[in-house]
Design a protein around this ligand. Structure first.
Ligand code: PSU
Ligand code: MN
Length: 322
């Protein structure tokens, strides 16, 4: 029979979680009190935006979460430690330099090599959810890449096994929204439109694909409760929030062009997303970056509203509230 303890022994003994994980005091207090906490990914800060906008984005997301009465917990890797609730200085380290892009695959190496890194959606939920932080916010999830159906983001696999509520504006612009939605359907991961009947198209409000609509955080809370009571809760729930109307822009032709350039330069794998996002920002004269900032803050706000409703519910059940 498979015995995890035996495997750990053979791997050279057990490393304690506390040796590799550090949760900020503010986040720890909030969790102890069952208050609302929202996990934020840091790859978008470390790699997803032009340098001069990274700190602005981090602050906008954190402020949006606080404005709604929740505690932001930005997740990242600093000096090989998995950090939940990055301090301002730690966010600055990730925003300033060339640090690792840490997906769930890269966590062991980042720890063993004492690296700094921004965590993608997959790594962020893998770290946050076991702590009880189930709501996370991002810009766009990774997906099945355009033009390369074998380049499938580990975000998708991770969402099949980690029960996070992932708030996003659909799939990132350089992935294939249709193929990604199919993939998620095949693997049983539900995708809902937040106050929308269509999957969000990142810079555009619609990707032209229908999804079931949720009208409010309470509506989502009902769905999550129904899931727990029936099919269990083994996978993530994707909540797709359209970019605020005034920031919507069409980027189709620029995505095509950036993809061609990447192919010519032989850029692939983990380096592809940062390259493409950078080129799209340049080609749209910064409008894409503005839209990106707007949707990051808006998604963080919606995530906080969801986290507040979920925490009120659990506090009520536990007798904190009457
Ligand atoms: N979408 C963006 N900006 C980003 C990302 C997505 O607009 O920086 C990041 C997220 O962290 C996401 C990751 O989890 O890209 C997916 O990368 P990949 O396709 O290499 O798995
Ligand atoms: Mn990829």
């Amino acid at each position: 029979m498979f015995k995890l303890e035996r495997v750990e022994q053979s791997y050279g003994g057990r490393v304690q979680m506390e040796d590799v994980l550090e949760v900020s005091q503010e986040v720890r207090l909030a969790l102890n009190r069952n208050e609302a906490v929202v996990a934020l990914e840091s790859s978008v800060i470390a790699h997803g935006l032009p340098k001069e906008f990274r700190l602005i984005a981090a602050r906008a997301m954190e402020d949006a979460v606080r404005d709604k009465g929740a505690v932001p917990a930005m997740v990242g890797v600093i000096g090989g430690k998995l950090k939940v609730g990055l301090s301002r200085e730690e966010v600055e380290i990730l925003a300033a330099g060339e640090t690792e892009k840490v997906t769930v695959r890269d966590i062991p190496l980042a720890i063993a090599r004492s690296l700094h890194g921004g965590t993608t959606v997959s790594a962020t939920i893998r770290i946050a959810v076991p702590l009880g932080i189930v709501v996370m916010s991002t810009g766009g999830i990774g997906g099945v890449h355009l033009g390369d159906p074998y380049d499938v983001s580990v975000d998708l696999w991770e969402m099949t096994r980690t029960p996070a509520v992932v708030v996003c504006s659909g799939v990132k612009s350089i992935a294939d929204a249709r193929a990604t939605l199919e993939w998620l359907e095949t693997h049983g991961v539900p995708v809902y439109g937040y106050q929308s009947d269509e999957l969000a198209g990142f810079y555009e409000r619609s990707a032209g694909l229908n999804v079931p609509r949720l009208d409010s955080p309470e509506d989502l809370a009902n769905v999550l409760r129904a899931a727990v009571a029936s099919v269990g809760r083994h996978c993530a729930t994707v909540v797709s929030v359209p970019v605020p109307e005034q920031h919507q822009i069409a980027v189709g032709e620029y995505v095509e062009r950036a993809l061609c350039e990447a192919r010519e330069k032989g850029i692939a794998g983990k380096a592809l997303t940062p390259f493409l996002l950078g080129r799209i920002a340049e080609l749209t004269d910064g409008l894409a970056t503005k839209a990106n900032l707007a949707l990051l803050a808006n998604n963080a706000r919606v995530a906080a509203e969801i986290a507040v409703v979920l925490s009120q519910e659990s506090r009520r059940r536990m007798g904190f509230l009457v």
